[in-house]
Write a protein that binds this ligand. Sequence first.
Ligand code: PGA
Length: 257
Amino acid sequence: MRKIVIAGNWKMHKDLEGVRAFCKAIASSLKTINIGQILPILAPTYPFLALMQRELGDTTVKVAAQDVSAHAEGAFTGEVSAAMLSSLGLEYSIVGHSERRAMHNESNEIIREKLLLLMDNNIKPILCVGETLEQRDAEITEKVILEQLNGCLSKVNIYNADDLIIAYEPVWAIGTGRTASGEQAQEVHRIIRNWLHHTYHQDLADEICILYGGSVKPENIAELLAMPDIDGGLIGGAALDADKYLKMIEIAVESRK
Ligand code: PGA
């Protein structure tokens, strides 16, 4: 059975005190929840990765990076390499988020480079794909998603289902309060799983976690998790609030009972 991943993408939010307060607020509560097959992940900004690892070291939370450099090492001011993240002991990193694609012109080719560097350094990528509103209205959602998958994962070997997480994040649902319905999301998740089946093999396709992202919150996560191919959420806004984050973990736990 696939895990349910409750991943918080904090984007450029929270300073030192904010990170500390959040960790303090969730650490003791998490110890009292029987988390079972739920995998909580949190992605703070780079400066606070090590702090969060320390603060949440006794919990089941995995700390993730939000992005990584497309270069291995060298004169790239401001960049952080996969090897550096790996040296911290990180196991996960988001890659290809639509904000990076849109604001930093990241192409599928660049995202593929990043993804390969992550994998070479034993970090599991959380690969984001998703269509814009214009693309959805033009009824090319499937084409766009398949292009992104083919571009980012072209000739990328996946041996273990745990080596990759995919997050379907329709751009029109991110930070807008407008969530895809369970059915709308499920339709695309099915497309992704079918693609995994054809590109890799059935067992792998059945086991890889596919998350939904875009205005996920305690009020709508149960409907999303009830869908057969939705294995969790990549959550921005609602994951900044410790109570909401814990609530979503509790709902995920319930959904598995
Ligand atoms: P949101 O962000 O939950 O605030 O819509 C999701 C994301 O961008 O990963």
